[in-house]
Design a protein around this ligand. Structure first.
Ligand SMILES: [Zn+2]
Length: 64
């Protein structure tokens, strides 16, 4: 069915720590000591790669 398409990745401008892109640290605050949960996908401008990111919950959602 076509109604289950994932949301488009959020476009990130500028530099982002690689550990955040790898989902090894909270994308928003960088913590690694909290429970991290999937928070959608992002792309970095200039790169075709789509990254699955995580957050600790310090921000509700990156990508709706
Ligand atoms: Zn956080």
């Amino acid at each position: 069915m076509l109604n289950t398409l994932p949301p488009a990745p959020t476009l990130i401008e500028g530099r982002v720590s690689i550990v955040r892109l790898h989902g090894e640290a909270c994308f928003d605050c960088g913590t690694v000591s909290k429970t991290l949960r999937a928070a959608g996908h992002v792309v970095v401008r200039g790169s075709p790669r789509v990254w699955q990111i995580v957050t600790c919950g310090c921000r509700l959602k990156i990508a709706a």
